[in-house]
Design a protein around this ligand. Structure first.
Ligand code: ATP
Length: 360
């Protein structure tokens, strides 16, 4: 019997509810495919802050390396105290600490679910967001912080772009494009960031030479928002830097159906973490109204990623079955959550998916 072990980190806001939903579906898939699952829960986020004085204990981060994969809920990072008071950014600690440099964020429309686009528009794209450097003050310095305040009325921020990180995200993006419609768009702001986006684009263009079968183009980030709204169907794989990818992926998931609808993984060379695309939505936390689709699909993506890496058919099949089952349940307007026009709760939605997975 195949055996896999995952570390489960529910975290803040709606994290515990949607993680619970995804774990229930994962367990149903494991039973269906006769896989022995070990799930070890650890406390991170506000719960951890209250109990251990930090939102992320170093030993939890380090022990995560010993698992086949990581299931991470949403974090209310904006409400954390300063890092020196225990408010450690859980997502970024995982991305940087385990070198999970590719934040892979697909967005696709389904003919039977309303989109936030004009009738008839479709979208099926993947944003490949570099996630270990860029314009993020907490992850672009070895020592110190990427933001500083020389005086009370002046603040500065540093954006770090390296050839190494740009090349590896570009390579993963071209590889992904080769398995899809063989189109790749690099998004940047080269007209303003001549050096940083200049270096990023130079690295992407160098990698492009190894993939002559991929149709390659590039867009300024501001123009790209208009193109994504106007003609979303032309995009296949998008590669971009951290900050732009964060913003653009909220736009694409909202356009394609809603923030709660698209999965996401943080992937390195050997490790993968499933994490919903959206934030912790504290205003709806604890009410059983959150949409768990993004989190369930994130776990499914993690299984598929692991299946590819390890040539494990059973993991790939489990991932595909979970994705198919979510789509099947979404087909019925009566089994949808409120954010997409239904009335079902998070738990009941997960129960419907569990039922379909068991027969997948
Ligand atoms: P954070 O501070 O963690 O970023 P936020 O609420 O500001 O949280 P998001 O969590 O990304 O930002 O979500 C913005 C809004 O989108 C939420 O207030 C909620 O209404 C909606 N939303 C996001 N995710 C979901 C979900 N899974 N199910 C239902 N609604 C969601």
């Amino acid at each position: 019997m195949h055996k896999f072990k995952f570390i489960v980190l529910p975290c803040d806001g709606i994290g515990p509810e949607i993680v619970d939903a995804s774990v229930r579906v994962l367990k149903a898939a494991a039973a269906r495919y006769k896989v022995d699952l070990q799930l070890d829960y650890k406390t991170v986020g506000f719960d951890s802050l209250n109990r251990f004085g930090t939102t992320l204990r170093e030993d939890v981060l380090q022990m995560s390396k010993d698992y086949d994969g990581i299931i991470l809920g949403t974090q209310s990072h904006a409400d954390y105290p300063k890092p020196e008071e225990g408010g450690r950014n859980v997502s970024s600690s995982y991305r940087v600490g385990l070198d999970l440099y590719a934040n892979i964020r697909p967005a696709r429309t389904r003919s039977y679910v309303d989109t936030n686009m004009p009738e008839g528009r479709t979208m099926d794209l993947v944003i490949m967001r570099e996630s270990t450097e860029g314009f993020y003050a907490d992850r672009n310095m070895t020592r110190g912080c990427g933001e500083m305040m020389p005086s009370p009325d002046m603040a500065l921020a540093v954006r770090k772009i390296t050839r190494h990180c740009s090349e590896r995200i570009a390579r993963r993006s071209f590889e992904l494009a080769m398995t899809r419609r063989k189109k790749l768009t690099a998004i940047h702001k080269l007209n303003c960031f001549l050096m940083t986006d200049g270096l990023f684009m130079d690295a992407v263009r160098n990698v492009a030479k190894d993939f002559p079968d991929v149709e390659f183009n590039d867009l300024l980030v501001d123009a790209s928002t208009a193109h994504l709204v106007r003609t979303p169907e032309v995009f296949d794989v998008i590669v971009t830097t951290n900050f732009f990818g964060d913003i653009l992926s909220d736009l694409t998931s909202e356009l394609s159906g809603g923030l709660g609808m698209a999965g996401s993984i943080n992937a390195g060379d050997d490790m993968c973490c499933a994490q919903a695309q959206h934030g912790s939505a504290p205003t709806i936390a604890g009410k059983d109204i959150a949409n768990p689709v993004s989190m369930i699909l994130s776990v499914a993506m993690m299984l598929s990623w692991l299946g590819d890496r390890r040539k494990s058919e059973v993991l790939s099949e489990m991932g595909a079955a979970m994705t198919r089952s979510v789509d099947k349940v979404l087909e019925n307007p009566l089994t949808r959550t409120r954010d997409i026009g239904g009335s079902m709760g998070c738990r009941d939605f997960a129960a419907c998916v569990e039922e379909v997975v068991a027969r997948a």
